[in-house]
Design a protein around this ligand. Structure first.
Ligand code: ATP
Ligand code: MG
Length: 562
């Protein structure tokens, strides 16, 4: 993958400094550590691009580590989805690791901590422990079980492990300092009892390690040089280091935790918990619903991995949290699709157009370029005949001079075909236009080389031949939320801002060559936007998702409203 030439970000500066002060280049190693409790979203893409981007820049291995220490929320389905998404984004991990593979090692280290008087079994309920925690300005108080003997602690911990106690009966805590200014250092819990089967270790364990105890030690086991996480873990760094102090031995690499800001995207939510709620409550049709900000939803909608990577690179990484406008992602979708998506014609809201001076029964196959941005894309032929469909909104009986589409008495060019002139309309009893009757200039065919073919008219319309076109379902998506920051309101929840019109299903007319399109294929429907074939398609019944419009229509609406 090509690496963008740009100035170093602050994480890269940290690494450069470390390379100058003792780290060897071959010691660099990174990891992306998702918890398999949901599907990856566009926020994760930032972390993926950061970690794997560093791997590419420094030619260093990057592990994919599943942080799977909470069996109540984690599932194999999520593991599989995460692997699929990281691969689809175009990254290759070095080792596939699981925190659960370290359960035995973590347990053995915990025993060492007990033996060294650095951990103890607390037999109070969680409420009592919370009361003793103190506040940021007041010290906490010691648990009455804090001074248990080493042998009693070892015996109790062994029994916890063997399943002799119910959930909540005991926890293992690190013995640090109940008066520590950092609340997280006030004897944090290392293990809790959970009688739950784990998706990988089954019922082997009924004590599960907590995040803080697991993460740094896993980094150490894998010899990760730089463990990059989001800012909310900044106060955890002290504890990360304390736990490492208990196990790191000489001549091994000591991992470093460094933090960067979480990325939020406007008009959506990037939290697996909230996304799970959207799925479970049926607000969307699954994790890969094209309206979801998940990687799988974006893929299904027609977004390319390049667009997501370019998006992540452009917004870069930051030290402070902010909200990135979703239009930035849309921009990158358009920019990449413009280069790679073949152009085709499809009419989404049809009205019939009859060319009265075109011979009945005649058909012509006209040459059409597949992608003007890509000379390699070649061309195809499309059928033209006497009866066509054009977009209803492309015609007006009367209009001012600024309307460059078709009006009575006016001329337009039909894309790749002829110049036509609108002569009259046929209406039904309700006054709705049924047919537009036109004449064409038979010398004006695009590419025919005649003087007439070079004649400039203001508007160019897309069209399909009525007899040759076929109908397909088109799912037109809009933003899932009407508010820019739906989960940032004090008085309302994010579900209060769901856009009731985020999905519109229509039946559109397609040029015949599209019959061969396969799920995942992406196209530009000329003048209408980018579309992608949905996996719901069946051979006689294609379904297209609208990926993104050609222009930012919301920008206009928001301007008008100002
Ligand atoms: P969520 O709240 O959505 O579950 P998480 O941080 O709990 O997010 P993890 O699976 O633990 O999800 O995340 C894996 C990695 O991705 C972590 O290093 C985490 O910091 C990072 N990450 C998660 N969300 C974002 C985001 N919005 N922006 C940048 N990085 C993120
Ligand atoms: Mg999490």
């Amino acid at each position: 993958m090509k690496e963008a030439s740009r100035s170093l970000n602050f994480i890269e500066h940290i690494i450069e400094d470390d390379l100058k002060t003792g780290y060897g280049k071959d010691q660099l190693r990174f990891r992306f550590p998702p918890e398999p409790n949901g599907y990856l979203h566009v926020g994760h893409a930032s972390s993926i691009c950061l970690n794997f981007g560093l791997g590419l820049r420094y030619n260093a291995p990057v592990n994919l580590r599943f942080d799977d220490t909470n069996p109540t929320k984690e599932e194999q389905e999520y593991v599989d989805a995460i692997k699929r998404d990281v691969s689809w984004l175009g990254f290759e991990w070095d080792q596939e690791c699981y925190a659960s593979d370290y359960f035995q090692q973590l347990h053995d280290w915990a025993v060492t901590l007990i033996e060294n008087g650095k951990a103890y079994v607390d037999s109070q309920g969680s409420e009592a422990m919370a009361q003793q925690k103190g506040t940021p300005t007041e010290p906490g108080t010691n648990s009455p079980f804090r001074d248990r003997s080493v042998s009693e602690n070892l015996e109790l911990f062994e029994k916890m492990k063997n399943g002799e106690f119910p959930e909540g009966a005991h926890v293992l805590r690190a013995k640090i300092d109940m008066a520590h200014p950092n609340m997280l250092m006030r004897d944090p819990v290392m293990y809790r009892i959970l009688h739950k089967a784990h998706h990988r270790t089954g019922t082997d364990w009924c004590i599960y390690p907590m995040y803080d105890w697991t993460h740094g030690e896993s980094d150490y086991i894998e010899q990760i040089s730089h463990s990059l996480c989001t800012l909310e873990f900044l106060p955890h760094r002290e504890l990360y280091d304390w736990f490492l102090d208990q196990v790191v031995s000489a001549d091994t690499l000591r991992p470093k935790q460094r933090e960067f800001a979480r990325r939020n995207l406007s008009h959506t939510v990037v939290s697996k918990r909230k996304l799970l709620q959207l799925v479970n409550e049926g607000h969307v049709n699954g994790w890969d619903d094209p309206r979801m900000p998940t990687i799988s939803g974006l893929r299904r909608r027609g977004c390319t991995p390049e667009a997501i990577r370019n998006f992540a690179d452009t917004i870069g990484i930051a030290k402070r949290e902010n909200v990135v406008d979703v239009s930035v992602l849309d921009f990158h979708m358009r920019e990449h699709l413009n280069k790679v998506a073949p152009r085709v014609m499809a009419v989404l809201d049809p009205v019939k157009l009859v060319i009265t001076n075109y011979p009945e029964g005649k058909e012509e196959w006209l040459e059409a370029e597949n992608n003007p941005e890509d000379p390699e894309a070649g061309s195809r032929t499309i059928p033209f005949s006497r009866e066509l469909y054009i977009e209803r909104e492309d015609f007006r009986e009367e209009a001012n001079r600024k309307f460059f589409r078709l009006k009575l008495g006016g001329e337009v060019r039909l894309k790749n075909a002829y110049i036509i002139k609108a002569e009259s309309v046929v209406k039904d009893e309700k006054g709705e236009i049924q047919e537009i009757h036109c004449t064409y200039d038979d010398l004006s065919r695009s590419g025919s080389g005649t003087e007439e073919s070079q004649r400039k008219v203001k508007g160019t319309l897309h069209w399909v031949s009525a007899d040759h076109a076929f109908q397909a379902e088109v799912r037109v998506y809009d933003r899932l939320f009407t508010d820019a920051t739906p989960d940032q309101h004090k008085d309302k929840g994010f579900l209060d801002f769901i856009n009731p019109d985020s999905l519109q299903v229509i039946s559109a007319w397609m040029e015949p060559g599209l019959k061969e399109a396969q799920p995942g294929d992406r196209f530009q429907f000329q003048r209408m936007g980018y579309f992608c074939v949905d996996p719901d398609s069946t051979p006689g019944n294609l379904v297209f998702n609208r990926t993104v419009t050609l222009r930012d229509t919301w920008a206009k609406i928001e301007q008008k409203e100002e």
